[in-house]
Structures are given as structure tokens and as C-alpha cells.
Ligand binder design. Structure first.
Ligand code: GRF
Length: 199
């Protein structure tokens, strides 16, 4: 099983996956890391970890989303990638990409979906006043933050939380959940039936 991580930013989830692979906690090879941003720290982490294929694909070099995604699909096919893991990848994937990797794309979201979809989930949950938010690992389908849910874990909101303090506790949970989800996939344990994922 060969997987690729797509990341646009810091890459702390990528680091958790790198560490888990090293410790033998994921029965799969991290074969590629791709970013859409040259300055993503995730790229540095991947180079340090000696991931076989590390590259940035600049969206500005393409006419549109589909062209970019078609190029990405080509790279991932060439690298014989079985599973695509989104880890803070700040682009919405086109149906073309989703079709190519149907039920083989994972995403992690810093809230308990279907609550607080979108790019500001931690802040939105805090401002809404929920007492619990959390982490969701799910399959990616054509709708944003929507596909079948694999793992979820709640995180309690504390009265004095700021977006930063809450995000820090959410990250800790993410770093534990994501490697577990990738390993479940890698060992062929996930059974998808509509929205339901069993293992
Ligand atoms: C995480 O909070 C994840 O839930 C969201 O993007 C963030 C990425 O953080 N999708 P990092 O780059 O892995 O540190």
C-alpha cells in the first residue's frame, strides 16, 4: 500500500503520519508528498523524512482547477499511489480527481462533522458556543467536508479557550486519529456502504 499526502501548510499531521510509519504503526509506505505552495513547511518535513517523491505543483501554472487536478492525477498514478491523504490541503478537489480516487481519499477536519464545515471550523465552533467540538476523519466525495465518516472524537471547549488554545488540543487528537485511520485503510479494514463505514 502506497499513500500520498497533499498539504498546503505547516504539516503537523504529515509529521504525525511520518512518525507513525517509522514506528511501524501504519502498514503502508508514504510514497509522495505534494503541495500547492512552495513555502509550505510540510515540504521541508517531507524532504527531511526522505519521502521518495516531494514536490510542489503551482496552481498558477494551470488554466483552471480541472487542469491542475488532471496534472496531479498523472503524478499520483505515475507514483502508483493507492491512497490520497489530505492534510491541510487548502484546495477543493474537482469531481475529476474524486472519480479517479473514489473511496481512496481521506480528509481530516477540525470539528465534529456535519457541524462547522469549511475553513474556519475551530473559530466557528468557539463563536457558536458549543461545549464540545472535535475531530473527524472522513472519505472525500464531491461535496466539501461531506463524505462518509471513518473516525470521530470529541474535544471539550473550555471557558477560557481562544481559537489558538482550542486548536492546539484539537491538533493533538488529530495526530492520534489520522495515523490510525490510514492504518485501518492500509490493512483493508474499512468497509464502506453508503455513508456508513465499518471496521
Ligand atoms: C488541521 O487542523 C486539519 O484538521 C485541517 O487543516 C489543519 C492542518 O494542520 N484540515 P497541519 O498542516 O497538519 O498542521
Amino acid at each position: 500500500m502506497r499513500f500520498a499526502v497533499l498539504a498546503s501548510g505547516n504539516g503537523s499531521n504529515l509529521q504525525a503520519l511520518i512518525n507513525a510509519c517509522r514506528r511501524g504503526r501504519i502498514k503502508a509506505e508514504l510514497a509522495a508528498v505534494v503541495s500547492d505552495r512552495e513555502d509550505a513547511y510540510a515540504l521541508e518535513r517531507a524532504r527531511r523524512a526522505k519521502v521518495p517523491l516531494v514536490l510542489c505543483v503551482d496552481p498558477k501554472a494551470f488554466a483552471g482547477r480541472e487542469d491542475f487536478d488532471r496534472h496531479l492525477v498523472g503524478i499520483l498514478r505515475e507514483a502508483r499511489i493507492d491512497l490520497v491523504v489530505l492534510a491541510g490541503f487548502m484546495r477543493i478537489l474537482s469531481p475529476l480527481f474524486v472519480r479517479e480516487f473514489r473511496d481512496r481519499i481521506l480528509n481530516i477536519h477540525p470539528a465534529l462533522l456535519p457541524a462547522f464545515k469549511g475553513g474556519h471550523a475551530v473559530k466557528d465552533a468557539l463563536e457558536y458556543g458549543v461545549k464540545f467540538t472535535g475531530v473527524t476523519v472522513h472519505f472525500v466525495d464531491e461535496e466539501v467536508d461531506h463524505g462518509a465518516i471513518i473516525l470521530q472524537e470529541p474535544v471539550a471547549v473550555r471557558p477560557k479557550d481562544t481559537p489558538e488554545t482550542l486548536a492546539a488540543r484539537i491538533h493533538k487528537v488529530e495526530h492520534r486519529l489520522y495515523p490510525r485511520a490510514v492504518d485501518l485503510f492500509a490493512r483493508g479494514k474499512l468497509r464502506v456502504s453508503g455513508r456508513l463505514v465499518k471496521f
